[in-house]
Design a protein around this ligand. Sequence first.
Ligand code: GDP
Ligand code: ZN
Length: 296
Amino acid sequence: MKALVTGDFGREYLVMLPDRTEVMASRKGKKHDVTCGDEVIVSMTGPKAARIDEVLPRRNVLFRKDAWREKTLAANLDQAVIIVAPRPSFSTTFLNLCLVACDAAGIPATIMLNKKDLPEFEAAYESIRYLERIGYTIMSMSAKFDIEPLRPVLAGKKTLLVGESGMGKSRTVNNLVMRDVAKEGEFSEALDAGKHTTTYTRLYWLDKDTAIIDSPGMQSFGLFHLEDDDIAYAMPEFRNYFGECKFNDCAHMDEPGCAIIAAAEMGKIEPQRMAFYQALIEQLRELRISHPEWKR
Ligand code: GDP
Ligand code: ZN
């Protein structure tokens, strides 16, 4: 029977059956190859329990990898919405890492600047305006008072919500989803009294064609799984210049005849993005040397 993975608790999963009921499911052989949004084939092992026999091919998958762990965030997405807010202050590096990860995975990303009601809002918006000039969409809302600006963005799509802790993601999800508290309790009971409740990923249907996936708040977004040229290719404003560098394997760091460095010097590439890119490549190179055991 075909099912949709609607909860990823690390070792156990929640799957939605064709009749739209949800049951707990384990993975055959305890493989860690299942993520929220996956379409799977399941067998029932009890009235309220299933086993995942097979993961069907994915349309896309969002992945992160850093020093401590690698994590498949979600699969088969139409888009990601990255939530940032003026207070606590957000990391523009984290935001750019999310954008690169999404682009590299072929997942369109939109930026949602939350906490519009705060006095620091305008300054925060100004600080990321350069992303708008590249072509990213920046929307704004106040999850505390009005999440309506988010609804049309989500309509008809399967959207992953990502953000650093404190940006207002829980508030947003709570406002969008009428959480069935009793049912959530039932699932967390099945997972040893809610031991995993802060780190799980959940997919919620808002209506029959709209779903959001709520991932745990993050502190970092490692891209160790990407090659240098994957990263350059995931910077949309770099693409116009590909093939124009003097060296075929140009990494756009300090090579002579680099078309991207030249474009940056002419003001055609935002300086913040060039600095972000070069710092990231530098950091990944150092990590590859200091941790040769890490496989990509
Ligand atoms: P999460 O860590 O991203 O899940 O963030 P939360 O949803 O827990 O929100 C973090 C804090 O920001 C909480 O104290 C929220 O009440 C507050 N918050 C969320 N949205 C807004 C907003 O639009 N305006 C203001 N002023 N505070 C907000
Ligand atoms: Zn170059």
